[in-house]
Design a protein around this ligand. Structure first.
Ligand SMILES: Nc1ncnc2c1ncn2[C@@H]1O[C@H](COP(=O)(O)OP(=O)(O)OP(=O)(O)O)[C@@H](O)[C@H]1O
Ligand SMILES: [Mg+2]
Length: 522
């Protein structure tokens, strides 16, 4: 066994660690003055690390103190360490694993790391329920971690509520666990100005300005010695400012890595983009056994059953859950909101809610940000960031039930209020802002909307009194298009088609008629 550099005294002494107080004499751990229960072995591990005062403790050292008379498997350390980290919760980064070398208490970095993770950002600003486990996404996490090996800036891009923040938190957590360097968390969702953003970044990095404003030499310069991972969450409404500061920071600092989450990418040269896809949904006719294997279904069941329901107990229910998840396109926020409806309405009721989802999918977590309180609110956030042309184009895409071409959109959307060139620029913007999906078939781009996005766009179309005009144009186009281009050509391969064919005008008519009755047909 390796000898300790300096003797460890595990029987006396009190150590303050941010909000924590570790009393080695009474073997007590307190957070904010409140005693929290810790298992005996987990406490021993903490005691060793505390006594080492920030020095790296090897595995052998740890074992010789915690299990002095016994030879135990290394796995025991992991089990108790994991219990300890669970107790530390958002402050789990106090205990670092140095791969292949040992363990360390993050003492020197305590002020910084605790300010960033505890002082506000991780818990107060993000306000995700801390005990909610990540469902699925293992491949995504691994891919992002691998990208971080070679890229210093990754932006997680995707639609509202698709899970960017949740995924990025997991990446930050894993990065911290595998590194001696901390992760810093900055939530911008409540910030509205450039000054506020710079202030939030300084605070998140453990260097609060105390209301003194941005450091004179500039934030990038002030953070040029920052090490570790900086996670900037929810950046879309300040995208140009975030792009500017991140670019400057990466130029001033050769070590820090940055992860940004946003509905739109930064568009700066060091950036690598990771597109966050929805959770997996079961295709229709999936066997009952396989339905449960899809992450969207697992999330729905978890949320519904957290209310002490027994949803998904039989095959019929599972089929319904699968259908709901499919119609919600696997978007976690929408799934959470729908699952919450089950308590009062049952599965059938929750499914019916989807027909008028903007009205019924409300009631998010009380602690969630306002834009996650309802499905409409999450789209309102994106819609508010569109200019006039983009809004016009966006609502007019609502008539397409399935894939559509640029040409089709041009025919439907183009008129005196929207020139062709601005329509093309608008499509670019809608794709960039994660409101419109694009897929490629050879050289051709095909567009489509998530069902919820389409429901929101249709609401806007109705608000503007354009349902009839745009639906008629679409119907006219659907009749003419096959003659012009050839129907076969326009029907993508089976399997590559996400929904119906790009020319499915009758679907849009039927759909809007079903939604709005005579409004669409008047
Ligand atoms: N993989 C997941 N496992 C469990 N819960 C998830 C998962 N992904 C997302 N969620 C939950 O779904 C909700 C929305 O997720 P999140 O906040 O990460 O979305 P977002 O893409 O960041 O949204 P926005 O664009 O509004 O910032 C949250 O309540 C989150 O906890
Ligand atoms: Mg987010």
């Amino acid at each position: 066994m390796a000898a300790f550099d300096r003797p460890l005294n595990l029987t006396t002494g009190v150590m303050e660690l941010g909000r924590f107080r570790v009393d080695l004499g009474t073997r007590e751990l307190r957070r904010d003055g409140v005693a929290i229960p810790v298992g005996s072995r987990a406490f021993d591990i903490l005691a060793v690390l505390v006594s080492a005062g920030g020095r790296l403790v090897t595995k052998d050292e740890l074992m010789s103190v915690v299990w002095p008379q016994t030879i135990v498997e290394e796995n025991n350390i992991h089990v108790h360490l994991s219990a300890l980290r669970k107790i530390l919760g958002p402050d789990r980064n106090l205990v670092l694993t140095v791969p292949g070398r040992g363990y360390q208490l993050c003492v020197q970095k305590t002020d910084v790391a605790l300010t960033s993770w505890m002082g506000g950002s991780m818990r107060d600003a993000n306000q995700l329920p801390s005990n909610i486990a990540l469902v699925g996404r293992e491949t995504a996490v691994q891919r992002i971690l691998a990208m971080l090996e070679s890229s210093r800036l990754i932006t997680l891009v995707g639609a509202g509520g698709i899970g960017k923040t949740r995924l990025s938190l997991e990446v930050a957590r894993r990065t911290e666990e595998d590194s001696v360097e901390p992760a810093y968390f900055v939530d911008l969702s409540g910030v509205t100005t450039r000054e506020g953003m710079l202030d939030a970044i300084m605070k998140g990095c453990g260097r609060p300005t105390g209301g003194a404003g941005v450091p004179e030499k500039g934030v990038a310069c002030a953070l040029s010695d920052l090490r570790g991972l900086l996670l900037i969450d929810n950046a879309e409404h300040l995208i140009a400012h975030v792009a500017e500061i991140v670019d400057a920071l990466l130029a001033a600092n050769n070590h820090v890595r940055v992860v940004v989450t946003s509905r739109e990418r930064l568009r700066i040269s060091p950036e690598h983009t990771f597109k966050v896809d929805p959770l997996e949904t079961p295709p229709a006719y999936t066997s009952q056994v396989d339905i449960r294997g899809h992450s969207a279904v697992r999330l729905f069941l978890q949320r519904a059953n957290a209310m002490q329901l027994t949803v998904g107990a039989d095959g019929q229910q599972l089929q319904l859950v699968g259908e709901i998840c499919r119609r919600l396109d696997g978007i976690p926020l929408a799934i959470e909101l729908a699952a919450a409806r089950v308590a009062a309405l049952g599965l059938d009721g929750a499914r019916h809610c989807l027909d008028d989802r903007m009205a019924f999918l409300t009631g998010g977590y009380r602690t969630a940000r306002p834009r996650h309180q309802s499905l409409r609110a999450t789209f309102d956030w994106s819609h508010a960031l569109l200019d006039h042309t983009e809004r016009t184009l966006f609502r007019r895409t609502a008539v397409f039930d399935g894939l559509f071409t640029l040409e089709a959109l041009g025919v439907v959307a183009y008129d005196a209020t929207l020139s062709l060139s601005s329509a093309i620029a608008g499509i670019d913007a809608l794709v960039a802002k994660s409101l419109l999906n694009v897929q490629f078939e050879g050289p051709r781009a095909l567009y489509w909307l998530y069902e919820s996005t389409r429901a929101y766009a249709l609401q806007k179309l109705r608000d503007e009194g354009e349902v009839e005009t745009i639906t008629m144009r679409h119907e006219h186009h659907a009749v003419r298009l096959p003659r012009r281009a050839g129907a076969d050509q326009l029907n993508p391969e089976p399997g590559s088609v996400r929904r119906s064919s790009p020319t499915a005008g009758h679907h849009a008519l039927n759909w809007s008629a079903a939604q709005y009755g005579d409004i669409a047909l008047r």
